[in-house]
Design a protein around this ligand. Structure first.
Ligand SMILES: [Zn+2]
Ligand SMILES: [Zn+2]
Length: 296
């Protein structure tokens, strides 16, 4: 038997389990998660449709309290309270958008997946940041500017949001626009009621109308599935994985410490077991481009 076939015969700790995903929009993030969870964990996912907008919206009508992580946790707790306090596995997603922390001119999508696991009794979250996003916004004046923006924003496969430029009144906000005729009609409407005759346009970042964001969530779901597949070498609880890292891998050229990762810390989510995984060794050295000394 081949190694891969052998691995498949070993049941994951979640084989046959079902993860509940609270979401406002049907066929939302579950699509991105279902494939990886089925393949890696042998588990299913089911959506629980609940109004998560009370916890905040991307377009700002409801301001989000707390950061993305706190909000994702809140979504899990909200659905556990509404649905069933004994829900075994609840998983929520939350995204945020803004300038990249190190490259301020590049937009960035930060995603969090938060899990409350009552089967093994732990909370776990994974997150990552991706520059793969169409996130942008602009004040526009003409149809020409509108079409230019739409092309840049990957419209119509990715939806847009339009509203009068003053943005004070939240009644006139048109979300999920995904065809050209509708876009032009709503543009005219917003222009007519706008105080300065200008229109505000932004990308709709909700996952079900934004395939790029969906693919970022999918990558993160893969990371979570792999993490849940890994068992603690000491107590065998799932969720074993990297919690920290240390930079300073020596440079191949000059031998000084670089920005490259030197060691990783793996930890159990339940017991106190920790392992440090050193990357630095004779064969593994950092390339000089990561070195402040060789490449200032
Ligand atoms: Zn453990
Ligand atoms: Zn160097």
């Amino acid at each position: 038997m081949e190694a891969s076939a052998l691995k498949k015969t070993k049941l994951s700790p979640y084989a046959g389990c079902c993860f509940v995903i609270p979401t406002k929009h049907a066929k939302s993030i579950a699509i991105a998660i279902a494939l990886h969870f089925a393949e890696i964990l042998g588990a299913g996912v089911v959506e629980y449709i609940v109004d998560t907008d009370t916890l905040g919206t991307f377009s700002g009508e409801v301001e989000r309290k707390g950061n993305a992580l706190e909000c994702a946790k809140e979504k899990c707790l909200l659905s556990n309270n509404r649905l069933n306090k004994d829900l075994v596995l609840t998983l929520a997603s939350e995204g945020s958008f803004g300038p990249h922390p190190k490259m301020p001119f590049i937009p960035c999508n930060h995603e969090v997946l938060y899990l409350i696991d009552k089967k093994y009794d732990f909370h776990l979250h994974v997150s990552h940041s991706s520059t793969n996003t169409n996130y942008c916004m602009q004040t526009i004046n003409s149809l020409e500017e509108l079409h230019k923006f739409a092309t840049k924003a990957l419209f119509p496969s990715h939806a847009l949001i339009l509203r009068p430029n003053d943005r004070v009144c939240t009644t006139f906000i048109y979300k999920g626009i995904s065809n050209s005729e509708e876009l032009e009609q709503i543009f005219a409407k917003c222009k007519a009621i706008s105080n300065d005759s200008k229109v505000w346009v932004e990308t709709d970042m909700r996952a079900h109308v934004n395939p790029t964001r969906m693919s970022v969530i999918s990558e993160l779901a893969l990371k979570l599935a792999k993490r849940l597949e890994s068992l603690c070498p000491k107590c065998s609880i799932p969720g074993w994985g990297q919690v920290d890292h240390e930079k300073g891998l020596p440079c191949r050229e000059c031998g000084l410490a670089t920005e490259a990762v030197k060691s990783k810390t793996l930890s159990c989510i339940k017991c106190d077991h920790i392992e440090s995984l050193a990357i630095a060794c004779a064969e593994k050295l950092a390339e000089p481009e990561f070195c402040f000394n060789c490449n200032p």
